[in-house]
Write a protein that binds this ligand. Structure first.
Ligand code: NAP
Length: 262
C-alpha cells in the first residue's frame, strides 16, 4: 500500500493562501469568496458594484476570522486588474488562488440583437475572464504556484431551451475552452486552471425581469427538480482550488443537478 499518512480532510484547507474573487459583490462569487475564507484563505474582493455588496462579503469574511480587501474595478479594464493584483499582493501576500465569477446575462433573438449588445456581453464574460486570468497568472507564475477557477455555465455545453441568448452561450463555451488552453500553457509552471459550469442557480442574475417567469420552468427542467443554491457552488470551488485537486487541470465541472444528462 502507498503512503497512508496523508491527512485527507487537510486537503481542503486553504490556510495561508491568498485569493482574489471577481464578482464578489453578489451571487455565486460572493458566496464562494466567503467559503474560501471559511476554509482559511484571505480574500481580495473585486466587483464593479457601487452598492454594499462588497462590504457585505467583507463582513462575513471578518466573522470567519480572515482578512479581505475591497476593490472596485471592472474586469474589462486591463490596468484596473493589474492594480488589483498588485494591491492584493501588497496588502494580503503572494497570490495563489483565483475565482473569476464576474459575468452578465441578457437575452434577445439573434436576428434582432444589435452588435453593441453582443459586444458588451462578450467584453465582460469572455475578454474579462481572459484579462483576469492574465493578470492573476502573471503573479502566480512569479510565485511558482497557483490555482484558478473560472465560472462558466452549463450554457457553454447545452443551449437553454426557451432562452434567446446566443451571445451568452457562446461566451461561456469560450470560457471553458479558454480555461483548458490556459491550463495547458501553464501546466508545467505550477498553475492549474479549471471551470465550474453551474446549472440554474438562485442569484440576482435570475431575478432580472425577463427571467422571473422562467424560474418554474428551470426547476421543472432540472432532473433534481430545483435550482441550485449559491451554497452548492462552494464545495466544487474549494475542491478545484485546493490540494484535493492537485492532479486536476483543464476540467469543466458541471454543477447542474443532472441537467446535462438529459
Ligand atoms: P450576479 O449575482 O449578478 O453576480 C455577478 C457579479 O459580477 C455582480 O456583482 C456584477 O455586478 C459583477 N460584474 C458584472 N460585470 C462586471 C465587470 N465588468 N467587472 C466587475 N464585476 C462585474 O450573478 P451570478 O448569478 O452570481 O453569476 C456569477 C457567474 O456565474 C456569472 O459568470 C454567470 O454567468 C455564472 N452563472 C450563473 C448562473 C445562474 O443561474 N445564476 C448559471 C450559470 C453560470 P453588476 O450587478 O453591476 O452587473
Amino acid at each position: 500500500m502507498s503512503d497512508v499518512t496523508l491527512n485527507a480532510p487537510k486537503l481542503f484547507d486553504l490556510s495561508g493562501q491568498v485569493a482574489i474573487v471577481t464578482g464578489a459583490g453578489s451571487g455565486i462569487g460572493q458566496r464562494i469568496a466567503i467559503g474560501l475564507a471559511q476554509c482559511g484563505a484571505d480574500v481580495a474582493l473585486l466587483d464593479r458594484r457601487s452598492d454594499d455588496g462588497l462590504a457585505t462579503t467583507a463582513g462575513h469574511i471578518r466573522a470567519a476570522g480572515r482578512r479581505s480587501i475591497e476593490i472596485a474595478a471592472d474586469v474589462t479594464n486591463k490596468g484596473s486588474l493589474a492594480n488589483a493584483v498588485a494591491r492584493t499582493e501588497a496588502e494580503l501576500g503572494p497570490l495563489s488562488l483565483a475565482v473569476n465569477a464576474a459575468g452578465i446575462a441578457n437575452a434577445n433573438p439573434a436576428e434582432e440583437m444589435e452588435e453593441d449588445q453582443y459586444q458588451a456581453l462578450m467584453d465582460v464574460n469572455l475578454k474579462g475572464v481572459f484579462l483576469s486570468c492574465q493578470a492573476e497568472a502573471r503573479a502566480m507564475l512569479k510565485n511558482g504556484r497557483g490555482s484558478i477557477v473560472n465560472i462558466a455555465s452549463m450554457s457553454g455545453v447545452i443551449v437553454n431551451r426557451g432562452l434567446n441568448q446566443a451571445h451568452y452561450n457562446a461566451s461561456k463555451a469560450g470560457v471553458i475552452h479558454l480555461s483548458k488552453s490556459f491550463a495547458m500553457e501553464w501546466v508545467d509552471r505550477g498553475i492549474r486552471v479549471n471551470t465550474i459550469s453551474p446549472g440554474y442557480t438562485a442569484t440576482p442574475m435570475n431575478t432580472r425581469p425577463e427571467m422571473i417567469h422562467q424560474t418554474k420552468l428551470f426547476e421543472e427542467q432540472t432532473p433534481m427538480q430545483r435550482m441550485a443554491s449559491v451554497n452548492e457552488m462552494v464545495g466544487p470551488a474549494v475542491f478545484l482550488l485546493s490540494e484535493a485537486a492537485s492532479f486536476v487541470t483543464g476540467v469543466d465541472l458541471l454543477v447542474d443537478g443532472g441537467f446535462c444528462c438529459w
